[in-house]
Structure formats: structure tokens, C-alpha cells
Ligand binder design. Structure first.
Ligand code: FPP
Length: 225
């Protein structure tokens, strides 16, 4: 049975769900929060140490300001409401991406990281203002600055995800088979599952089904087994 240390998720389909059910993309984002809570709960139950959630990409700034603001408000309320739950459940939160948000949100993100930094049951890596190509370019610039050799180990150690094992499993919901500039370096040997369900429709049983399938995949990492 394969060990499972890290699950990464592209939570796609909120907008379409919101339009379909309430003629409002923002209502879809709100509904998507329930699925976020579900996958966190199951990750704890299944003792998965790392969960990475793609919540806002560097490209998402191109969306209408009203949608961007609605997403930030949701995130703000979510963190304010959940931080005590995170502390109680020993969840550590870290942000991967560039913390270049409105001042109030930036402070909340930094405070949330600080308040949970000693927790170790589940680490949630929230990808915010995250873009994989930018992350790789940043890492190479850091190597230059630190006068370090350009090699795989040094690049990995200078990504936002330093100290985090590469994902074993990448899940994308929303019936779209693409990677959208997410963890391109880190998923070189991840098992990838695409779900046709829109994120708010992705339920506990859908997540568990994928986790169970993953367990029995023959992972050979290029070798012949
Ligand atoms: C992609 O769906 C989803 C996002 C860009 C945002 C994801 C945000 C949440 C699940 C809520 C906030 C999260 C946290 C952790 C507080 P889309 O809008 O691209 O959907 P579409 O493909 O149907 O348009």
C-alpha cells in the first residue's frame, strides 16, 4: 500500500456551480468552503500530514474586482472563524505564494501562520497569489543571490514549498484536465486524478474513493518493478 504524505488539490468549478444553482459565481465560492472543511476533516481522520489547497492563482487577479474582493472576504471570514479550530486540532497553516494582498488580509495571513506555527498534526499549505513559473524563477534568483549552484536540490530548497515533501497525489475537480500553473516542479511524480464534479459537489465519498484508489497504484518512479 502506498504511503500518503501529501495531497494537493485544484479546487475548480465554484463559478459554474454558483451560476447553475444561484446565478452567482460568488455563491459558488461560498459553497466551495464546505468542501474545504470536508477535505480538511478527512485529511485529519486519514492522518495525511500535508494538504495543499489552490485558492487563488497569480492569474486570478484578471477576474472582475467584485469577484476578487468576494474571494478575499470569504478567506478573511474563514480564517477569523477557523483559527481557533485550527489551534484546537493542531493544524498548522502556511501560505505558499506572494503575500501581496490588501494590508488587513496580509496581516491576518501572517497572524494565522504565527498562531499555528507550532502545530504538527496536519499542515495546510494554502496557495494564494501562487504561480508555479514565478515560484521557479524566484528560486533561481535566490540561488544567484546566495551564490549557490543551480541543481535540483537547491531549487527545491528555495521554492515556497521548501520543507514540504512533494505531493503524492494531485486532485483537480471541475471536469477540466489541466494543471493551471500549479506546483509544476513538485508534481513531477505525483499521481493525478481529475474529477468531473464541480468543487462544491465534491463530497467526502468522492475524496475517499480517490484516496483508496491511490493506495494501490503501482508507483515505479521510472524504475521497472
Ligand atoms: C476555482 O473555481 C476556484 C477558485 C479560484 C477559488 C477557490 C476558493 C474557494 C474554494 C473558497 C475560498 C477558499 C478558502 C480556503 C478560504 P472557478 O471560479 O475557476 O470555477 P469555474 O471554473 O467554474 O469558473
Amino acid at each position: 500500500m502506498n504511503p500518503l504524505n501529501h495531497v494537493a488539490i485544484i479546487m475548480d468549478g465554484n463559478g459554474r456551480w454558483g451560476i447553475k444553482h444561484h446565478n452567482s459565481r460568488n455563491k459558488g465560492h461560498k459553497a466551495g468552503l464546505k468542501t474545504v472543511e470536508t477535505v480538511i476533516k478527512i485529511s485529519i481522520e486519514k492522518k495525511i500530514p500535508f494538504l495543499t489547497l489552490f485558492a487563488f492563482s497569480t492569474e486570478n487577479w484578471k477576474r472582475p474586482k467584485t469577484e476578487v474582493n468576494a474571494l478575499f472576504n470569504l478567506l478573511e471570514n474563514f480564517l477569523k472563524k477557523k483559527i481557533e479550530v485550527f489551534k484546537k486540532n493542531k493544524i498548522k497553516l502556511i501560505i505558499i505564494g506572494e503575500k501581496k494582498f490588501p494590508k488587513k488580509l496580509n496581516k491576518l495571513l501572517k497572524d494565522s501562520e504565527k498562531k499555528t506555527k507550532n502545530n504538527s498534526k496536519l499542515q495546510i499549505n494554502l496557495a494564494l497569489n501562487y504561480g508555479s513559473k514565478k515560484e521557479i524563477v524566484n528560486a533561481i534568483k535566490l540561488l544567484n543571490k546566495k551564490k549557490l549552484n543551480i541543481n535540483e536540490k537547491n531549487i527545491s530548497n528555495n521554492l515556497y514549498t521548501k520543507n514540504i515533501p512533494d505531493p503524492d497525489l494531485l486532485i483537480r475537480t471541475g471536469d477540466t484536465n489541466r494543471l493551471s500553473n500549479f506546483l509544476l516542479w513538485q508534481i513531477s511524480y505525483s499521481e493525478i486524478f481529475f474529477s468531473k464534479k464541480l468543487w462544491p459537489d465534491f463530497k467526502a465519498e468522492d475524496f475517499i474513493k480517490i484516496l483508496n484508489k491511490y493506495k494501490f497504484i503501482k508507483r515505479n518512479f521510472g524504475k521497472i518493478l
